[in-house]
Design a protein around this ligand. Structure first.
Ligand SMILES: O=C(O)CC1=CCC(=O)O1
Length: 260
């Protein structure tokens, strides 16, 4: 059952719509570095995943279909028939679900730092869920963020690292666990060959969670996909290598005839 997620809209009223979907434990402001570039041409819709930020927190577990249905409901609320979609990590998983299950709603797709099957081991997800259930999201936040940035960036900008640790620590436990359940139970591989949206798949070369091999697998299964690897990036490539990612997104979404 879908819910009304919290969202913001920026950019020209008549611009082609780009929906941005973030990672587990994030809020929509994780996309701040993309806004100046994208809003020059596009109407940018950002939203908080269910159970995250200012969105409702339904009881866990969630499924990828729940997360995808929230986006379809958001498009309906905004009266948008068809949109470009960029998602990072669980946001990319949501994008794969949407492009396979509601192809008429997705124009061009960008999948950043993501995986089509659960990244990591089943035991690690069980352990993460157990820790959040017993100690809260604050207990896992520093370890998770250690995978989001390269060690060099973390050393250079400890304040940003702290901000992201706080972001995860402020994510409701129920919402975080619900999204972990959605990741644990997904298998998006069978749907990939049916995706018709032109797709850009981006990996951070130093991403320990969704490494370039995961992106290669996705790109090899989607008929009209191309892949880029960003050299100095870990899981949150959109933040650490914002200029690189923005150029890729502008180029990819700008190829649409609707964006001409
Ligand atoms: O939280 C992590 O370790 C990385 C991650 C997996 C899915 C997602 O959205 O982020």
């Amino acid at each position: 059952m879908s819910v009304d997620v919290h969202y913001t809209v920026d950019g020209p009223e008549d611009g082609p719509v780009v929906v941005l979907s973030g990672s587990l434990g994030s809020r929509l402001d994780m996309w701040d570095p993309q806004m100046a570039g994208l809003t020059g041409r596009f109407r940018v819709v950002r939203y908080d995943l269910r159970g995250h930020g200012s969105s409702p927190v339904p009881p866990a577990p969630y499924t990828m279909a729940d997360l995808g249905s929230d986006v379809l409901r958001l498009l309906d609320r905004l009266k948008v028939e068809r949109a470009h979609f960029a998602g990072l990590s669980i946001g990319g998983m949501t994008g794969m679900w949407l492009a396979a299950n509601a192809p008429e709603r997705i124009d061009r797709l960008a999948l950043l730092c993501t995986s089509a099957t659960p990244p990591g081991t089943p035991e690690a997800w069980e352990e993460r869920i157990r820790t959040v259930r017993t100690q809260g999201t604050a207990a896992i936040a520093p370890t998770v963020v250690s995978r989001w940035f390269t060690p060099a960036y973390a050393e250079r900008d400890p304040e940003t690292v702290s901000l992201f640790i706080d972001m995860i620590a402020n994510t409701p436990d129920e919402g975080y666990v619900g999204c972990c359940n959605a990741i644990q139970t997904m298998d998006l591989l069978p749907g990939l060959p049916s995706i018709t949206a032109p797709t850009l798949v981006v990996a951070g070369k130093l991403d320990p969670t969704s490494p370039p091999e995961h992106a290669e697998l996705i790109a090899s299964r989607i008929p009209n996909a191309r892949m880029e690897v960003i050299p100095d990036a870990a899981h949150l490539a959109s933040w650490e290598q914002a200029t690189f990612v923005n150029e890729l997104l502008l180029d990819h979404f700008g190829r649409s005839s609707a964006a001409a």
